[in-house]
Write a protein that binds this ligand. Sequence first.
Ligand SMILES: [Zn+2]
Length: 292
Amino acid sequence: MTIGIDVGGTNIKGVLLKNNKIIKKIRIKTKSKSNKNLLTARIFECIEYLRQSKKGIKKIGIGIAGPVDFKNQRILNPPNLPGLKNIYLGKIIEKKFKIKTVIDNDVHCLVLAEAIMGAARGKKSVVGLALGTGVGGGIVIDGKIMHGRGGTAGEMGHITIRGDGRKCRCGSRGCLEAYVCEKGQEKTAEEILGRKMSSITLQRLAEKGNKKALKAWNVIGDNLGIGLANIVDTLNPEIIVIGGGLAWAGELLLKPAREAMKKNILSSLAKNTKVVRAKLGKFSGAIGAALL
Ligand SMILES: [Zn+2]
């Protein structure tokens, strides 16, 4: 049995996993983003609940919404969880519960969960993107997360799709994220429909057949597809999984993305790379953390 905890700016979610099945789960409000002691106390609360009256818990995995120095198991500077900046959370948990603990970035966890138990189950090389406030990514090869030297492999939200393009949160220009994250989707909607709206409204309009809304989804999907083509040319994965709260538009987004991807991929062998929606839903980060 293993415990997985997904620490986000709004909620902390946890699961107890046995033979790849969830046998217990919990979701609580994060409450404080900036107070280290309050934050760790909330995480402890989840772990306490999940391990109650259970023996034989082998490992605790923690997924953090933010960058993690995986090699040194240190949380760097999570913008939505400033209270956890620079702390060795794994060591703190290990000391309290006497159970081996591993921490990683939450999107890495999400992709691992999809690769082992979700939409990419059984596939050997999996790439995943999570579309939300930002765009995170992860690469899983043979059931293992690829970390690279410092643990940041998979930051595909910041591959450049237009050299002179939109300004991105990260300071660069033309990143994939600037076109397909929440604000990016909304910006494209405003450019094409001439007024501000959420991506959910844009989705509803498109589902009702509004031509301009459909065009906006084609543009958003097209930009996503150019990013995917770069990823496929680099890694030639078996499957790409698209998750996160901003992937709900489903085929409105994925259909044009697949077309643009095909058009921009070099090798004919890679043109049929599968692009699918994530399957495991809101607990996927916690499930992946339990699989670390
Ligand atoms: Zn960027």
